[in-house]
Design a protein around this ligand. Structure first.
Ligand code: FPP
Length: 248
């Protein structure tokens, strides 16, 4: 297959790409394997998109690794997913350091088991001074819950007369989200042919370009990521303005 990187405009790389990695279970079923094997094959694709993001100079890559709703899956699958996370983080620390990658998380990570917490805390601390790609893992993440928590914090501040309702602007609200320090995603990719957002970054994707790939996550490669970037670059982002206004 032709390498797509040469066609990519290096001056129009999305600053923030978010990905809903979907289809591990279906990939496993298709190949007559256990769902957990689907997840472990998904790690290969995580590596591909991280490498591609470093190559292109993407600043933020947010991956939906475990939703708050995923706790409802069978215990064996939940354990396998979390174990995979621990194993992958242990293994990838040298790659993070070599490539100047900073690890961050969003989500109700306090709900994760101790062993996950420990490795996450260690990896976040060890990579804190890296100023290249920010790799953000959404873990035990629910966008509705994130929004509700922001509302509760601001309501409390109003009740205590620290702020008044008029002070609540978009930026004041955004500052209460996990993503306070992150720019909004420019591009949201979802794999596996599903056209849903599944409670992911609902506030933050207001103006994101959406890209749906039919590929199941374990089949998603660097080239597929480049294709998504090319598609993004061929779109006109108007942010509510007219095409004419943008030209001027
Ligand atoms: C969705 O497939 C995928 C997930 C719930 C988890 C994604 C996790 C990984 C790729 C591995 C670990 C991640 C890191 C960051 C090391 P699905 O199970 O919903 O697939 P299905 O819709 O076909 O059932």
């Amino acid at each position: 297959m032709k390498n797509q990187t040469s066609n990519i405009n290096k001056d129009r790389i999305p600053k923030h790409v978010a990905i809903i990695m979907d289809g591990n279970g279906r990939w496993a079923k298709k190949n007559g394997l256990l769902r957990t094997i689907g997840h472990s094959n998904g790690v290969k694709s995580v590596r591909e998109v991280v490498e591609a993001s470093v190559e292109l100079g993407v600043s933020f890559l947010t991956l939906y690794a475990f939703s708050n709703e995923n706790w409802k899956r069978p215990k064996t699958e939940v354990n396998a997913l979390l174990e995979l996370l621990v194993k992958s983080l242990n293994k990838e620390l040298p790659t993070f350091q070599e490539n100047n990658i900073q690890l961050q998380t969003i989500g109700e990570t306090q709900n994760l088991p101790k062993r996950c917490h420990k490795i996450l805390r260690e990896t976040i601390e060890k990579t804190a001074n890296n100023d290249g790609l920010k790799l953000v893992l959404a873990l035990s993440y629910s966008s509705k819950l994130e929004i509700l928590n922001s509302v509760k914090t601001l309501a409390q501040k109003v009740a205590e007369k620290i702020i008044s309702p008029e002070d609540i602007t978009e930026s004041v609200f955004s500052n209460e989200l996990y993503t306070a320090e992150h720019p909004d995603p420019d591009l949201l990719i979802r794999t596996s042919g599903e056209h849903r957002i599944s409670n992911f970054l609902l506030w933050q994707i207001a103006y994101a370009e959406l890209y749906f790939s039919p590929k199941l996550w374990p089949d998603f490669t660097k080239e597929d990521f480049f294709e998504a970037i090319l598609d993004y670059q061929n779109r006109e982002r108007r942010f509510g303005k007219t095409a004419e206004q943008l030209k001027n």
